[in-house]
Design a protein around this ligand. Sequence first.
Ligand SMILES: *Cc1c(COP(=O)(O)O)cnc(C)c1O
Length: 429
Amino acid sequence: MKKTKTPGFETRMIHAGTQPEPVTGARQTPIFQNTSYVFHDADHAASLFNLQTFGFIYSRLTNPTVAALEERLASLEGGRGATCCASGHAAQILAFFAIMAPGDRFVASNRLYGGSITQFGKTFKKFDWQVDFVDVDNPENVRKAIGPKTKAIFVESLANPGGVVSDLEALSAIAQAAEIPLIVDNTMATPYLCRPFEWGADLVVHSTTKFLSGNGTSVGGAVVDSGRFDWAKSGKFPGLAEPEPAYHGLSFYETFGDMAFTMQAHAVGLRDLGATMAPMNAFQTLLGTETLSLRMERHCANAKTVAEFLENHEAVDWVSCAALPASPYHDLGLKYLPLGAGSVFTFGVKGGYEAGVKVVESCELFSHLANIGDSRSLILHPASTTHRQLTEEQREAAGAGPAVVRLSIGLETVEDLIDDLGKALAATV
Ligand SMILES: *Cc1c(COP(=O)(O)O)cnc(C)c1O
């Protein structure tokens, strides 16, 4: 048989996971706003419940609209399967739920999104999942932090909020040597700018709330599996490789091979944790992915122009944006994000905490809110909002000190954005 060429990224953004609906011919993916699906007969029901037949049972586990998004995200990341769920934070719980047991540890970057630092450092402790935060700029720190109970390494490809780029190739070599998966949060980069699997990552997690949905309409998350990790080899991952009592002793890895993680995340993770994505949110996110490349190009171009403006502004101390040649992450950015360094970055305003608050409150076009990756431009003062729960030390480590202002540059006319920021900065001097 003739081997067909894999369609390009933009083609997959629009077509992967979807086809005309077979009954009506509806071309856009319908919102299957229903909870449950009729069984053909008792045998069919039994084989569905035994995971012997693929099909729909109940929308906490699977739903056709959500499944279309899962297939699309797996395709865009170049992975084997994906599991969508209620939020980015739910995706992180699902990813770790499959691989951790009480008492296990993982190593994570100390420059993660503030909410992830709190989730890992505080709430995960209630499951007795322990995290070791390290500065991953020197990958040796990661290697040194790995012990016998360490089950994963977790980083962001492009870290929120400081424009920090992780050296995925070096980190994946360390993960491989330790026989543990490298998990990469690819929220800020999106698969258009960076595909962590191409650099050796094993699992990718997303907050689809951000650029993937793109309009600030829908909270959601996803875990994408490369399908390449050997869950049996080291004996460290009984949840995937050992017999599962709730499914008559079935081993996910033995039965489903490269789909083991994705099957487990649905059949156990979603079934028992219940953090399901709503069909309407999956639909909105499917619409978002159709224009992902176009939006990311404009997001990146606008962000670079705004960063250059700020870099030369007298009221600004510094700008932390990997798109700027002055950034210590510029070279890593060229390697891992050749099409652009995203549109979320920070700058330090002269005058500290007060001035930071003043800039945020003086903007008119920028919206003051706690989100990123919207078509609208957004502004935030992390020290008084998202990073408020952290200690001063953690805030500094996360690049969210008192003078730091975070921007998520949208798709507006860039001159209007510069105008708005210029006026707000003038109010601080
Ligand atoms: C927003 C965000 C999350 C959390 O996602 P939610 O959808 O808000 O739960 C995780 N990681 C990063 C990088 C984020 O920006």
